[in-house]
Design a binder for this molecule. Structure first.
Ligand SMILES: Nc1ccn([C@@H]2O[C@H](COP(=O)(O)O)[C@@H](O)[C@H]2O)c(=O)n1
Ligand SMILES: C[C@@]1(CO)OP(=O)(O)OP(=O)(O)OC[C@H]1O
Length: 166
């Protein structure tokens, strides 16, 4: 089989802890006035994409490869992890074809920063930017995300075998 698809989901609580910046899709939002809680930089969008790629390849999830008990991953830039996931897939003869993700965040406004986020994710996965889909929606003030207590992301990824099997 030359193509596989995968899905990933992640959610992180918002925090106003000092020094904790909001990072989504490799882009920092200093104007947000809050960050996300986590062992890494807590970039839930990038974590969901990592899991979609890993799932497509039939591999265990992000926490298996980068445990949240390992000091090596304290505050790590999740683009580093996405590059490592892409490299791990390449070792197994897989490369991403496209990714598509949805961010669920009451704020900040993502739209003005979408191009920068797509560019960062394209660079980390080796994809052309037009093969990176990204959307944002609020949860219309419902539930914890809607009250600004968390930000979540869903992602899907298609990967292909290189070289293709006969
Ligand atoms: N954090 C967000 C959420 C939404 N957007 C943009 O606004 C549009 C409308 O959002 P709804 O939740 O009312 O559907 C959405 O389609 C996005 O373009 C955003 O930029 N940042
Ligand atoms: C990448 C890791 C590393 O600790 O990041 P966290 O910030 O702990 O985020 P989470 O999505 O809960 O789990 C993934 C972890 O492997």
């Amino acid at each position: 089989m030359n193509f596989r698809i995968g899905h990933g989901y992640d959610i992180h609580r918002t925090t106003t802890a000092p020094g904790r910046k909001l990072v989504l899709g490799g882009v920092t939002f200093p104007e947000a006035g809050f960050g996300l809680d986590g062992h890494s930089d807590a970039d839930c969008l990038t974590h969901a994409i990592c899991d979609a790629l890993l799932g497509a390849a039939g591999l265990p999830d992000i926490g298996h490869f980068f445990p949240n008990t390992d000091p090596a991953y304290k505050d790590i830039d999740s683009q580093v992890l996405l590059r490592r996931v892409t490299a791990a897939l390449a070792e197994l003869g897989w490369r991403p074809v496209n990714i598509d993700a949805s961010l669920i965040a009451e704020r900040p406004k993502i739209q003005p920063r979408l191009a920068g986020m797509k560019a960062a994710l394209a660079a980390s996965t080796g994809l052309p930017v037009e093969c990176v889909g990204l959307k944002a929606t609020t949860n219309e003030a419902t539930d914890e995300i809607g009250r600004g207590l968390a930000i979540a992301a869903h992602a899907v990824a298609l990967i292909e075998r290189v070289p293709p099997l006969e």
